[in-house]
Ligand binder design. Structure first.
Ligand code: F3S
Length: 63
């Protein structure tokens, strides 16, 4: 699975960081950083993060 975060939508709510910290990180001035290729063992966490984002900024796509 691949992910794209629409950074124009992201407001830094950090639900994704809380739910999948191995994929999403918030870095001060740089804002949200993430790995676009999701390891298999993180799929469920990333799905939960996408569902939890209050502004639906996380978009999921199949490889
Ligand atoms: Fe941004 Fe949504 Fe995560 S607003 S920090 S992508 S929960």
């Amino acid at each position: 699975m691949r992910i794209v975060v629409d950074l124009t939508r992201c407001q830094g709510y950090a639900q994704c960081v809380f739910l999948a910290p191995e994929v999403f990180q918030l870095h001060g001035e740089e804002g949200l950083l993430y790995s676009s290729a999701v390891p298999d063992d993180q799929l469920e966490r990333v799905r939960q993060a996408a569902a939890a984002c209050p502004v639906q900024a996380i978009l999921l796509g199949e490889e």
